[in-house]
Ligand binder design. Structure first.
Ligand code: ZN
Ligand code: ZN
Length: 193
């Protein structure tokens, strides 16, 4: 369920942060991954240069269709071992098409993992805005990706809706306790595509 409402005041305008995060939330809903649905928008100077959501490379697997019973194959950390993350997909597309990424802002519905943080830093993305904290869902003390980025000078902020904006998004992850139980019931994905 996704509800977005804008601007009760006639003159109030949504900020670009609100517009791009809303798009990231909608993109997450396109993900075929069973365990997590994450969306990302890469923007520069208020213009979108790329978008992405998590999933295996185009033309390979659709996790929800292929692994309905068992769930996606997992890596050693319990994540889908086939998927590119939303940030990776957004950044790879921009790089492939020769877009200028340095100085960009990336909007992502879940705080970046350490692997994505390394890529974000290497591509000289200046600012990261995330909606949900991975650490919060996992009950761990801090987001290692966020810590890494801040330590090396990238601005990282948790999204705060602007005045008059409400953005409600489903949690992008199954919790640690019910991850196994929900892995085989992709009801959130079944209506997609
Ligand atoms: Zn998957
Ligand atoms: Zn990642």
């Amino acid at each position: 369920m996704l509800l977005t409402t804008h601007t009760p005041e006639p003159h109030a305008k949504p900020r670009f942060d609100d517009i791009f995060m809303e798009l990231a939330v909608n993109l997450a809903r396109r993900s075929h991954c069973i365990k997590a649905q994450v969306g990302a928008v890469l923007a520069r100077d208020t213009r979108i240069i790329s978008i992405g959501y998590n999933g295996p490379p185009a033309g390979t697997h659709n996790c929800d269709e292929e692994f309905q019973g068992a769930g996606c194959p997992r890596d050693s950390k319990g994540s889908c071992s086939l998927a590119l993350h939303a940030e990776e997909n957004a950044i790879l597309y921009a790089a492939k098409n020769g877009s200028e990424i340095e100085g960009a802002t990336i909007y992502v519905t879940l705080s970046p993992c350490i692997a994505c943080a390394r890529i974000i830093y290497s591509m000289k993305i200046a600012r990261v805005i995330y909606l949900h904290s991975y650490a919060e869902y996992k009950g761990i003390p801090s987001d290692e990706g966020v810590d890494f980025l801040r330590r090396f000078g990238v601005t990282v902020e948790q999204y705060e809706p602007g005045e008059g904006v409400t953005l409600l998004a489903e949690p992008p992850l199954s919790g640690p306790a019910n991850a196994q139980k929900t892995a085989g019931t992709p009801e959130r994905d079944s209506s997609l595509r």
